[in-house]
Ligand binder design. Structure first.
Ligand code: 26Y
Length: 816
């Protein structure tokens, strides 16, 4: 199969054929959805030949591949990415115009696959993009949720969740492969038996099973001829089950069982920090991991492959603890199915996994009740118990007589109930354990897993996160991309360090003027979008102050809100002359986990404040607050290029890395931030003069935590007191003094994440921001330096780090 020609005529012909033959409509009668689907299918043709070639080459002359195991991939829209990778943008735009159609309209018809919650899922998407661009063989394995992250709407300022029905209008980017389905067993019991060689072995007699059908997605490299595969699994009832439907009298019961099977991949859990220990989530985790390992070990590899050499052909990266059940599953496949000895199996298994931790919050570490694992995966529990017994023997040998340490390190905890600590299991099995930013990796070593790092110091490492410059600069910010390319050529797209070439231009007045014009036009583009989408009037002349990320107490959206209320209060109380204030538009974008009460209260408070502030003539032209609903990748792509100020204000020591901080800096926003996560590295690179640092450092946080009394901050700071009093006064809630009571008492009497302690330092830093913004030319200079110095945050660099220090894989040109 050869690549179709890149001409407008050839495109039009192919597109009309897809419309007629694929969608079954004429151009004249076609809907926008018909046109969008036909367009997607036309574009994907251009990737097919390369895709098949990459698969064939890997089969012919296999090199070690990466198996990225992630329960989430927050992909974002596919069309633009495919147009970029194939360099078809101009041809398609012109071809569609010749058919009387508009590319932007069709683009907007695509519903993004939101198969992730936030940072971790988007990181996985950036990583597979980079690996394809770097020509590294990789299969991304995950779950094809029928409903992705919920669609957020606001009703009376409160978040209301709606199901994300992303598949209903058709999904042209996926290829189902029912013939490659895998069976996945659950429940039942285990028994021992003696095999033909007289060996005692274990057999798992399962209670029920489902099948996993793979759906393949193309992951195109950037104009390099490689297309990797993302394989997402969907659960179905089995064939036997279909027969049972005919044979059994109880048809309705049988159909219910079918629904039960398909429930496993029905919906993405919208929590992203506190695991609920839900059985269905464990089913999801085991389901996708079992499908993926069997797929790689028994389908991708030749049937007779010598499994003692498995690590020469694959390394599985565990994206947080969600896929860690893969460890006992690999042991089961090797020992029970492939009949390796326990020791041989453990030796390979230990070489096949590496583990990335994405958190520092103790409550975010997954612990599965032993009872639940025993009931759902009885054989896996036995395997985990044996791994643990052997591991603890090793601990006792290293640290004789230290039973407290043994208790701390055990994979199985006793309290509050018996549970399997998935982070411990991952650490025991992995060749490497990494955090996602320098500070995080240090804290991971010293505070989260100190006993493990003492035992195996060489196992711990850091890989600072990154973001793909293709989607988040080239595609999202075409104007800035063009300006950059005009100045330094287009090598930066695959070698982001080249942005350093912009440094001298920060001192070039004409370049600064053009940079400012780009920002301005990005704001206009955003204003158009928000007008259509949410009915907001975005003041394009004001500073765009952006805080976009999941809603979490540790991220401290409430601190940003206190700043907004303070500015408002100072103006309406007459203490500050509005004419002296730098005009600002504060943009929030955030989803809250549906069961996270305080997060939802914060959303409500932001919306209420926004309604009053935006309607008050006293602050008109000076302060406004916009909170577009349903922040997602698509919205991020419009918002980030328009931002002037990036809010990265988590309590020091709580944000593992952050990646929005990188995207914003790369698009020329200056950061106001704490010394947390990757902010630390951003500040080191861009320089103190081009970053607004505030707040306690992590060690100060740890000290203050011992005697913190938030109400004292309130008593001692008049501005803070006025802001909180105004919030409590009913002024933002039609006179209702109780409206924000939960939020306010939480801040005054608990404030787990010390927003009040950092308030003074934060508002002072905001005054420095205002002062800097008053000099637009100096601001532009600092913004350009941010762009020039953020090349390090390319996910290509992250992948290089994983390749060199963890995976030891090699790039392999596809199609040779
Ligand atoms: C177990 C379940 C409740 C769960 C589901 C999703 C737990 C966590 C998550 C997602 C976590 C996440 O997105 N973490 C973020 O990962 C980013 C990529 O490494 C980091 O930049 C960010 O700091 C971290 O919060």
């Amino acid at each position: 199969m050869s690549t179709p020609p890149h001409t407008v005529d050839a495109f039009v012909e192919a597109f009309l054929r897809e419309l007629n033959v694929g969608q079954g409509v004429s151009l004249a009668r076609s809907s926008v959805n018909d046109q969008a689907l036909a367009l997607a299918r036309t574009v994907r043709h251009h990737l097919m030949a390369r895709w098949l070639e990459a698969i064939a080459t890997q089969r012919r002359s296999p090199v070690k591949a990466v198996g990225y195991l992630s329960a989430e991939y927050l992909l974002g829209r596919q069309l633009d990415n495919a147009l970029l990778a194939t360099d078809l943008l101009d041809v398609v735009r012109e071809g569609l115009a010749a058919c009387g159609l508009d590319l932007d309209t069709l683009r907007d018809a695509e519903l993004e696959p939101g198969l992730g919650n936030g940072g971790l899922g988007r990181l996985a998407a950036c990583f597979v993009d980079s690996l394809a661009t770097m020509n590294v063989p990789c299969i991304g394995y995950g779950i094809r949720y029928e409903y992705g992250i919920f669609r957020q709407t606001f009703v009376d300022g409160r978040q209301v969740e709606q199901p994300d029905t992303w598949l209903t209008l058709g999904s042209p980017w996926e290829f189902p492969h029912p013939e490659s389905a895998q069976q996945v067993d659950f429940a039942g019991y285990t028994e021992t038996y003696v095999d033909d060689d007289g060996q005692e072995r274990c057999r798992w007699v399962s209670g029920w099973h489902v099948v996993g059908v793979p759906y393949n997605y193309m992951v195109p490299g950037y104009r390099n001829g490689r297309v990797n595969t993302l394989r997402l699994w969907s659960a179905r009832a089995t064939k036997e089950f279909d027969l049972e439907i005919f044979n059994s009298g109880d048809y309705a019961d049988a159909v219910r069982a079918r629904t039960f099977a398909e429930n496993i991949t029905k919906v993405l859990y919208p929590e992203d920090s506190t695991p609920q220990g839900k059985e269905l989530r464990l089913q999801q985790q085991y389901f996708f991991v079992a499908c993926s390992l069997a797929d790689y070990m028994f389908e991708v590899l030749p049937r007779d492959f010598d499994m003692t050499r498995l690590h020469e052909r694959i390394v599985f990266q565990l994206n947080d603890t969600h896929p860690v059940i893969a460890v006992p599953e690999m042991m089961r496949l090797l020992v029970d199915v492939r009949k390796l000895s326990w020791d041989d199996a453990w030796a390979v298994t230990q070489k096949c996994f590496a583990y990335t931790c994405h958190t520092l919050l103790p409550e975010a570490l997954e612990v599965w009740p032993v009872d639940l694992i025993g009931r759902l995966l009885p054989r896996h529990l036995e395997i985990i118990e044996r791994i643990n017994a052997e591991f603890l023997a090793e601990v006792r040998e290293r640290f004789p007589g230290d039973e407290l340490r043994v208790r701390r390190m055990s994979i199985i905890s006793d309290y509050p109930e018996r549970g399997v600590r998935m982070a411990h299991l991952a650490t025991v099995a992995a060749t490497k354990v990494n955090g996602v930013a320098a500070l995080h990796s240090e804290l991971l070593r010293d505070k989260v897993l100190p006993d493990f790092s003492e035992m195996w110091p060489e196992r711990f490492t850091n890989v600072t996160n990154g973001v793909t410059p293709r989607r988040f600069l080239k595609q999202a910010n075409p104007r800035l991309s063009d300006l950059v390319t005009e100045a330094i050529g287009d090598g930066w797209i695959t070698d982001l360090d080249q942005l350093q070439g912009l440094e001298p231009l920060a001192d070039d007045a004409e370049f600064r003027a053009r940079f400012r014009a780009v920002k301005r036009s990005n704001k206009e583009r955003l204003a158009d979008l928000l007008r259509r989408r949410d009915g907001y009037e975005l003041p394009v002349d004001s500073m765009l102050d952006v805080m976009v990320k999941r809603l979490h107490e540790y991220k401290r959206q409430s601190l940003k809100l206190l700043h907004v209320v303070s500015v408002y209060e100072q103006i309406v109380s007459g203490r500050v002359d509005p004419a002296s204030v730098v005009p600002r538009t504060v943009v929030f974008g955030a989803k809250a986990a549906p069961g996270y009460r305080m997060a939802k209260e914060t959303i409500h408070a932001i919306n209420c404040v926004s309604a009053v502030v935006n309607d008050d003539p006293a602050v008109k032209g000076v302060l406004s607050v916009v909170f577009p609903s349903n922040y997602n990748v698509t919205l991020a792509e419009s918002l980030i290029p328009a931002a002037d100020l990036s809010e990265q204000i988590s309590l020091a020591g709580k944000e593992a890395s952050g990646t929005g901080n990188m995207k914003l800096a790369l698009n020329g926003a200056l950061t106001i931030g704490t010394d947390d996560g990757a902010n630390v590295e951003i500040r080191e690179l861009v320089g103190d003069d081009n970053f607004f640092l505030f707040g306690m450092l992590e060690p100060e946080v740890a000290t203050l935590a011992e005697h913190y009394v938030p109400s004292r901050c309130y008593e001692e700071d008049d501005d803070l007191k006025r802001a909180i009093d105004l919030l409590s006064s009913g002024a933002f809630a039609g006179g209702d003094r109780t409206a924000f009571e939960p939020l306010v008492s939480n801040l005054l009497y608990e404030d787990r994440f010390m927003a009040l302690a950092d308030y003074r330092s934060y508002v002072d830093a905001q005054s420095r921001v205002d002062a800097a913004y008053r000099d637009p030319d100096a601001w532009a200079r600092a913004a350009i330096l941010n762009v020039a110095r953020c090349g390090f945050f390319s996910s290509d660099r992250s992948m290089r780090d994983y390749i060199d220090r963890i995976w030891h894989t090699e790039p392999a040109p596809a199609g040779e």
